[in-house]
Design a protein around this ligand. Structure first.
Ligand code: ZN
Length: 187
């Protein structure tokens, strides 16, 4: 059973599977009860990564909301005004959790047939990455008392935004590894 299927079992409403690259090649036949124990354990040890996976794969809106709050605090701590931190957090969670599978590599993150070559379109991420223009538009959609110019984004906020993206991806990968490790142990 793949880890995508683990999440589908846990959240039966799920129909669309995104972010497949995180779970490449995991197979293991397991009972639902065992799976829930594993997910519970990882939720405890990797709370942020678990939320990313829940939002990304199972479309969990509560965890998505919690992630935005967590990343708002993370960005605010980097001396970013609260409102802007919140909008940048929204955009980062959107990029990591809502975007669809890369059309070129179908989410595998590698060039067709060459497992050691990262996909040229998504650079190995496995998902569509939004353009600078669309990130700026998305951030501004979540601002009410201020506007962020493309220039300001490029000059001041881009590194912070990428910090947030990297953190979300690293946490998700750690949680996915922990789930895989646990599933193997319990085999
Ligand atoms: Zn790709």
């Amino acid at each position: 059973m793949s880890i995508e299927q683990v999440f589908v079992k846990q959240c039966p409403k799920t129909t669309a599977l995104n972010g497949g690259s995180v779970f490449r090649g995991a197979t293991n036949p397991l009972k639902l009860a065992d799976i829930l124990v594993v997910l519970g354990y990882v939720q405890h040890t990797q709370p942020i990564g678990s939320m990313v996976l829940n939002a990304q794969i199972a479309g969990d809106t509560k965890d998505r909301k919690r992630l935005v709050a967590t990343m708002t605090d993370f960005l605010h701590a980097q001396v970013i005004p609260r409102e802007l931190a919140g909008a940048l957090a929204e955009a980062a969670v959107h990029e990591v959790c809502d975007t669809s599978t890369c059309s070129k590599c179908k989410g595998t993150g590698v060039t067709n047939g060459k497992s050691n070559q990262p996909c040229s379109k998504c650079e190995g991420v496995g998902r569509e990455t939004p353009s600078e223009r669309s990130v700026v538009r998305y951030v501004n959609k979540h601002l009410t008392t201020m506007m962020m110019s493309r220039h300001a984004y490029r000059l001041r906020w881009y590194p912070h935004y990428m910090d947030a993206i990297d953190r979300l991806n690293v946490e998700a990968n750690n949680a996915a590894h922990a789930i895989r490790r646990k599933l193997r142990e319990d085999d």
